[in-house]
Design a protein. Structure first.
Length: 162
């Protein structure tokens, strides 16, 4: 799916996906986690994130203190200098990138700091973790960012749409 079609389709399905999210809240936690895990594995066996990188192009991860310190070391900067150069605090007090796309995204969609990338990047898109109930709102939001999450959500939601 090309990104423009993905954007249109994900937006047009958002209201229906919100209803699915509410239905998913009623699914047993272990069952929901297992369903997401299986679809995550299946989807990422077929999908190469390097063909998309929409997450890196449009959104910022949250940088925790250990991410900041690690990346500052990579760039031979003080942590305060790294913050001043690349980050700001959002309305919730989290450190996020000053701009999109990510300044560490290479033209070929690879990551300049891949081995040292923030924890949020390492764990994205969060569709293979435990306690999916706790992040259903985030997962719904990620259907607008990540084609893989959109696909997983559509597949899992097919059983719960009415």
């Amino acid at each position: 799916m090309d990104l423009e079609n993905f954007r249109l389709e994900s937006r047009s399905n958002y209201t229906a996906n919100k209803k699915v999210k509410e239905r998913l809240r009623k699914v047993k936690s272990k069952t929901l986690d297992a369903q997401f895990e299986a679809l995550h594995e299946e989807t990422f066996a077929e999908l190469d994130c390097l063909t998309c990188a929409n997450c890196c192009k449009t959104t910022s991860p949250i940088f925790i203190r250990t991410d900041i310190d690690r990346l500052a070391k990579v760039f031979r900067m003080k942590s305060s200098e790294f913050i001043d150069t690349y980050l700001h605090q959002d309305e919730e007090g989290d450190f996020v990138l000053n701009s999109a796309p990510c300044p560490f995204l290479n033209k070929d969609n690879t990551c300049l700091v891949y081995e040292d990338r923030p924890k949020a990047c390492r764990e994205y898109p969060h569709t293979n973790r435990k306690n999916m109930h706790g992040i259903l709102n985030l997962t719904l939001q990620n259907t607008l960012v990540c084609p893989a999450v959109f696909k997983i959500f559509q597949q899992i939601g097919a059983d719960y749409r009415k």
